[in-house]
Ligand binder design. Structure first.
Ligand code: G4P
Length: 540
């Protein structure tokens, strides 16, 4: 029997029978929200979930989140500092479109986690506070999206409050991010004078303070619109809207999909204003799953065989169960519960019998998944960030980097009897990607590396809370870390031997050179031309 024939018969990703019918993966929209803390990401997430029917009550994300957070210390840190440090995934469906929203931490100390999450999305929403414009973290996250050509839709939030001039915000996006802007939904008035928003493409007016939306067939010149707004509000709005339409680019779906143009929607997450326009936009224009880079070339979502990669691992999501969940983004095929997938790194098959998906903060078993979908696979440490899962193939997905840490510290254990617990905690949390852990060639002290110091607070709190070991951190004489490699194996061995004190090993046993500062690094590089010193390394 031809396996190909039988595969095609059971795959719903095979070409659709009806013209116009969509393959399942074509209905997937896998995206993230990027923003500076406080711009309104949580509020917007909640409104998207409400709109998608994933939650029934405003406040559910926050209150459930807080209920869960109150249970563990490290989440308490997150709460106290008012930041979100975990990435999670929320799945919901509306009018035949399956939305997979991947949450990213807003704080810059967790940018590595965010980077990896952004490798798993096909598009992003950038939320900007109308009073503040582009802020530091927005810009940083935007740059990450640009590296991967991730299309971005901009939501300028909080237009119900007094904010900056909308044109100023548009010009700032254009200047600071070097992106063409295409205004789509325009605010009328601000603060106390806020009257609503006008959809420039559809000629709809969304009235403030009510759910009323009115279509004006005559566009900006429709007398009914003039009457509805009143003479004075109309005059100012008419001029501004015309300038917004004529002075800026029109929406071009192709330029958006290539990451050169961002459509801009002015709205209010809190008032649930223009959020449906945002969602409609994502359904209509945001890209379906895109081909994903691998060492055998891009993997197309229409390919029949299942493939996916682990972009995040989270230990102890449920503190009672000591479990570890690997988040897998599928890139092709039709996954079914119970399937055996090849774990390419180890070469061993794994049976995925209890895949989970996430609705708001709840999880449930899922029977199937398509390209673009994200599921969690509970496991005991087999799955690591960067791992590829396939259906009998041996390629690997590429493009998941690790960054050289910017802060290095020696780990000190308060009670030496707790060595086992500490090791386990460090290993687990390194696999999760919270920190990087390095083992010196000589001696037994661990060195941890992080991007930002807040990660150290979280590390200590989690090792205490989840592994019952008290650790502290002390400065080391190093501030710079670089992965080292060479085409000349002997030269590398020799270098490691001569620099034993400065060479440590990462979790995959790769040698890492530590030194005091950039000056030292330049010096050692100039003396060892046959060794490469890398600030990033591909996770394999
Ligand atoms: P974040 O996840 O990006 O950090 O932001 P979050 O949604 O928590 O929102 C930050 C603050 O901004 C919250 O106020 C929230 O209510 C407010 N906010 C969000 N969207 C809008 C909007 O469209 N209009 C207005 N006026 N405010 C908005 P808070 O006082 O810090 O928190 P809370 O007490 O309201 O929960």
């Amino acid at each position: 029997m031809s396996t190909l024939a039988s595969d095609a018969a059971t795959r719903s990703d095979a070409a659709p029978a009806r013209p116009g019918a969509r393959r399942p993966y074509e209905t997937r929209r896998t995206f993230a929200i990027i923003s500076h803390p406080d711009a309104g990401k949580t509020t917007l997430t909640e409104k998207l979930l409400l709109s998608g029917g994933a939650i029934e009550m405003a406040g559910a994300v926050r209150s459930k989140g807080n209920g869960r957070r109150a249970k563990s210390d490290w989440m308490e840190i997150e709460k106290n500092r008012g930041i979100s440090v975990t990435s999670s995934v929320m799945t919901f469906e509306k009018e035949g479109i399956n939305f997979n929203l991947l949450d990213t931490p807003g704080h810059s100390d967790f940018s590595e986690d965010t980077y990896r999450t952004l490798t798993a999305v096909d598009s992003a929403i950038m939320v900007i506070d109308a009073a503040k414009g582009i802020e530091a973290q927005t810009k940083k996250l935007f740059e990450i999206c640009r590296l991967r050509d991730i299309p971005i839709i901009t939501f300028v939030n909080k237009v119900d409050r007094e904010g900056r001039d909308p044109f100023e915000i548009l010009d700032e996006i254009e200047a600071e991010l070097a992106l063409t802007v295409a205004p789509m939904v325009w605010p009328v008035g601000q603060g106390g004078l806020f009257k609503g928003c006008y959809d420039l493409a559809k000629n709809d007016f969304l009235f403030a303070g009510s759910d009323r939306t009115q279509h004006y067939a005559g566009g900006l010149d429709d007398p009914a619109l003039r009457a509805a707004l009143g003479e004075s509000a109309y005059a100012g709005f008419r001029d501004a809207a015309e300038l917004a339409q004529e002075g800026y680019a029109a929406f071009d779906p192709e330029a958006y999909r290539q990451g050169h143009l961002t459509p801009v929607i002015f709205g209010s997450a809190l008032q649930n204003f223009a959020v449906d326009r945002l969602m409609d936009f994502i359904a209509e224009h945001a890209p379906e799953p895109r081909p994903q880079p691998s060492d055998r070339g891009p993997v197309d979502p229409s390919e029949e065989k299942v493939s996916g990669f682990v972009f995040k691992v989270q230990a102890n999501m449920d503190p009672k169960h000591r479990d570890r969940v690997a988040f897998v983004r599928f890139c092709s095929g039709h996954f079914k519960r119970g399937m055996k997938l090849d774990h390419v790194r180890s070469g061993k098959p794994i049976a995925v019998s209890n895949p989970i998906y996430f609705v708001a903060q709840e999880r449930a078993l899922t029977e199937e998944a398509h390209a673009g979908d994200v599921i969690g696979i509970p496991n005991h440490g087999t799955l690591q960030v960067g791992d590829t899962l396939t259906e009998g193939e041996s390629f690997r997905f590429t493009g998941l980097p690790a960054f050289a840490p910017e802060v290095l510290r020696r780990v000190r254990l308060a009670d030496t009897m707790k060595m086992k617990q500490m090791r386990r905690g460090l290993e687990d949390l390194a696999q999760e990607g919270l920190v990087q852990v390095f083992r010196p060639t000589i001696g037994s002290d661990f060195i941890v590396g992080v991007v930002g110091p807040l990660q150290l607070d979280v590390l200590a709190a989690r090792i205490a809370g989840e592994y019952k070991a008290e650790v502290s951190f002390e400065p080391v004489q190093y501030n710079v870390a670089r992965w080292i490699r060479s085409n000349d194996e002997r030269a590398l061995k020799e270098f490691v031997r001569e620099n034993t004190l400065n060479v440590v090993r990462d979790r995959d046993d790769w040698p890492v050179y530590l030194c005091k500062d950039e000056w030292d690094l330049r010096y050692i590089m100039s003396r060892n031309k046959d060794i490469a010193f890398d600030a990033t390394r591909e996770i394999v």
